[in-house]
Design a protein around this ligand. Structure first.
Ligand code: A5P
Length: 153
């Protein structure tokens, strides 16, 4: 079993009956979603999932995980998601898989967030590669102007 699978399965243990669970996106979160699907089928776990991308929504539906949109719940009990880099002092970056906007919305509305990573994500300094920035059309030119000024892309 590889590390992504191990951490995905381990993290699913934090999910308890009756919780509303934010389901992250990416190749690590994939295994956590699979494990929650297994627990629903084999252990009778009852949860409501809130997905952070179309890809995770498709996976969760295929596993029979009941879903709601973030607007249909009061809050999310726990969100489990992958991350791109984690520094020695446990700061991190996310969004490399381009699902950042939904991930941020779900994380912001979660009582608890768990990031699951394997050792390949540990770095001395954050920022090895550019991260996508998701914007809405309205006001986006202002953001691009500021980013050009700051030479941040
Ligand atoms: C998606 O936008 C990202 O935030 C992912 O959660 C992150 O890139 C980690 O993905 P992997 O688990 O595939 O490395």
């Amino acid at each position: 079993m590889d590390l992504k699978q191990m951490v995905g399965i381990e993290s699913a243990k934090y999910v308890k009956d009756g919780m509303t669970v934010g389901l992250g996106t990416g190749s690590t979160a994939y295994f956590m979603v699979e494990e929650i699907g297994r627990r629903i089928k084999e252990e009778g776990l009852t949860i409501t999932g809130v997905t952070t991308s179309k890809a995770t929504e498709k996976q969760a539906l295929g596993l029979g995980i009941p879903l709601k949109s973030i607007d249909e719940v009061d809050y999310v009990d726990i969100t489990i998601d992958g991350a791109d880099e984690i520094s020695n002092d446990f700061q991190g970056t996310k969004g490399g898989g381009a699902a950042l906007l939904f991930e941020k919305i779900v994380a912001t509305n979660s009582k608890e967030n768990i990031w699951i990573v394997d050792e390949s994500k540990m770095v001395t300094h954050l920022g090895a590669f550019p991260l996508p920035v998701e914007v809405i059309p309205y006001g986006s030119e202002q953001i691009f102007k500021k980013m050009k000024l700051e030479k941040s892309y």
